[in-house]
Design a protein around this ligand. Structure first.
Ligand code: KIV
Length: 284
């Protein structure tokens, strides 16, 4: 049986895992109750991803989710998992425009949630913003490869870095982010060769999401591996079936009410006997 985390898992732990060649698991998490389970299972690092737009809110893309909603979720996860390395995701529109406003929004995320790191989907043009944040003391995880917030420009959720030219763009962007002072990189949906090249060219910890075994850690959407989403990406096959477990509980509840097995008298509250007698008398 895994023991809960005993001390804080920090960016330094991520860095030393990289130098020791130890791979770090990261999972998405969006609520307090699940965060407590993550804590008990000693999951060292959690991402409150804007994928909450899909799995929590039911949108087709991550674009509609708001900063305030992600802040609420991130703070809830912090309360449930006080020792995990917590990554807060900056949603679409919160940092792509005016860099001053981008900084303000990042500071708001850090102050109001207690997250350890913020994740931004970046192009090389974001290097000045990443530098400004790093200079201000913010740990930035720079998200490269498939950037779902740019789905309309990318023309769909296709893996990135399929040609040498595309791969070189990603490798160069990773270099720019390293030079700008990012604390970690996240590579989503790129071929194994591309992640291996990025890992070889940076000393930052590299978290992969469908980016192959060379990465220093791996993140997936919890609902995918728990068997809660109808279509998993190929890199996140289900390793459990929480859909069946939930269905069992929900169906039993419906049946128990239907058959009168719930609620039974012992599930209710008892009135003091003297009060019950008076009430019964009043009814006659
Ligand atoms: O929002 C998210 O969950 C993510 C991961 C899939 C990397 O960005």
């Amino acid at each position: 049986m895994t023991q809960p985390l005993k001390s804080r898992f920090t960016l330094n732990d991520l860095r030393s895992a990289r130098s020791l060649g130890r791979k770090i698991p990261m999972l998405t998490c969006y609520d307090y109750t699940t965060a407590r389970l993550m804590h008990a299972a000693a999951v060292p690092s959690l991402l409150v991803g804007d994928s909450a737009a899909n799995v929590i809110l039911g949108h087709d893309t991550t674009l509609p989710i708001s900063l305030d909603f992600l802040i609420e979720l991130t703070a809830a996860v912090r309360r449930g998992a006080p020792l995990a390395l917590l990554v807060g995701d900056m949603p679409f529109g919160s940092y792509q425009g005016d860099p001053g406003l981008g900084c303000e929004n990042v500071f708001k995320m850090v102050k109001q949630t207690g997250c350890d790191c913020v994740k931004l989907e970046v192009t090389p043009d974001h290097a000045p913003l990443v530098k400004r944040l790093a200079d201000a003391g913010v740990a930035v995880m720079a998200h490269l490869g498939l950037r779902p917030q740019s789905v309309n420009v990318l023309g769909g959720y296709r893996f990135q870095g399929r040609s040498v030219g595309e791969a070189q763009h990603i490798i160069q962007a990773a270099q720019r982010m390293t030079d700008a002072g990012a604390s970690a990189l996240l590579l989503e949906a790129v071929p194994n060769e591309v992640s291996a090249a990025v890992v070889a060219r940076t000393n930052l910890p590299v978290i992969g999401c469908g980016a192959g075994p060379a990465c220093d850690g791996h993140v997936v959407v919890l609902h995918d591996i728990a068997g809660l989403t109808p279509h998993q990406p190929r890199f996140a096959p289900p390793i459990g079936d929480l859909t069946s477990a939930w269905q069992k509980v929900l169906q039993k509840y419906v049946q128990d009410i239907d058959s009168g097995q719930y609620p039974l008298p012992q599930h209710g509250y008892e009135m003091p006997l003297d009060q019950a007698k008076i009430l019964a008398g009043l009814q006659q």
